[in-house]
Design a binder for this molecule. Structure first.
Ligand SMILES: Nc1nc2c(ncn2[C@@H]2O[C@H](COP(=O)(O)OP(=O)(O)OP(=O)(O)O)[C@@H](O)[C@H]2O)c(=O)[nH]1
Ligand SMILES: [Mg+2]
Length: 256
């Protein structure tokens, strides 16, 4: 499928109980790219995430239940499609993704419909992952590289730009299962014929707050990741292109 240059991108920040970091993250994004709107998606945060994100200048989607990163991102993709944006870039609320690298991802959307900001490219260091989580990343990267016909070194990166037909596709089908937002979403894109590529990205340490999965969970990461991949490969999706609906006025709260 052909990709075209991005004219109206949207930054989507999934945030769950990130009051310590979301304000700084939104301000940093706006400082780097004042012309690009920032949408924070909070689903059931019980802290001051929503208030702080708004004060920092973000639009905020407040969802009544916790859907996980994948569900929150799908809401963000729907918001993008319904409001006439032609690309969406995920930037995590914890400060791990560097907004200065967003333009490089957007540039690459001219060549592909999903662009991954990838760790473990030759020219970078800094972010270290070890043990089962690292093995899982390596294994998944190999399988997904074959599936997408391109070299993918980091299939589990959340730092991604989505454009072209992948945007309405993800608005409809972005998975909300554990790991679905990374591994399975790439399988869906590849099987729908969307071009996937990666650019090198440096990952920073969390600025504060708590990671949503703990070390114990990381220990079973490998098995679950492999299962997620197998399920993604054998499952069938209705991936007929979804027509882009007419533009509507921006919805700032509630399910879009
Ligand atoms: N809206 C929403 N966002 C979530 C949810 N779970 C995690 N997030 C956000 O998704 C982003 C990634 O989650 P993290 O917990 O940092 O996961 P990670 O980056 O894979 O793990 P670390 O490397 O340990 O930080 C962060 O911005 C979180 O706030 C959720 O249930 N709902
Ligand atoms: Mg994180």
């Amino acid at each position: 499928m052909s990709a075209s240059p991005v004219l109206r991108p949207l930054i989507v920040v999934p945030a769950w109980n990130e009051e310590q970091t979301v304000g700084e993250t939104v301000r940093e994004i706006r400082g780097v790219m004042p012309e690009i709107p920032v949408l924070v998606v909070s689903d059931g945060s019980t802290d001051r995430t929503v208030h702080i994100a708004r004060r920092a200048g973000a639009r905020v989607l407040v969802l009544p239940f916790r859907l996980g990163v994948g569900g929150a991102m799908r809401a963000g993709f729907r918001y993008a499609v319904r409001n006439g944006y032609d690309a969406a870039v995920q930037v995590d609320a914890d400060g791990q993704h560097d907004p200065k690298q967003v333009p490089a991802l957007l540039d690459e959307l001219g060549q592909a419909e999903v662009v991954i900001g990838a760790r473990f490219c030759e020219q970078q260091d800094g972010y270290r992952v070890s043990g089962p989580r690292r093995w899982a990343m390596v294994l998944l990267s190999k399988v997904l590289s074959r599936l997408t016909n391109t070299r993918i070194t980091d299939a589990t990166s959340g730092f991604k730009a989505t454009g072209g037909q992948a945007l309405p596709l993800f608005a409809e089908h972005y998975p909300d299962e554990y790991l679905g937002d990374t591994v399975e979403s790439l399988v869906i894109a590849a099987r729908a014929g969307c071009a996937v590529t990666q650019v090198p990205a440096r990952m920073r340490p969390r600025r504060g707050g708590e990671p949503s999965h703990r070390p114990v969970k990381s220990a079973i990461y490998l098995g679950r990741a492999a299962m997620a991949l197998v399920l993604a490969l054998i499952r069938r999706w209705d991936i007929t292109p979804v027509p882009v609906p007419q533009l509507r006025p921006a919805v700032e709260e509630g399910v879009p």
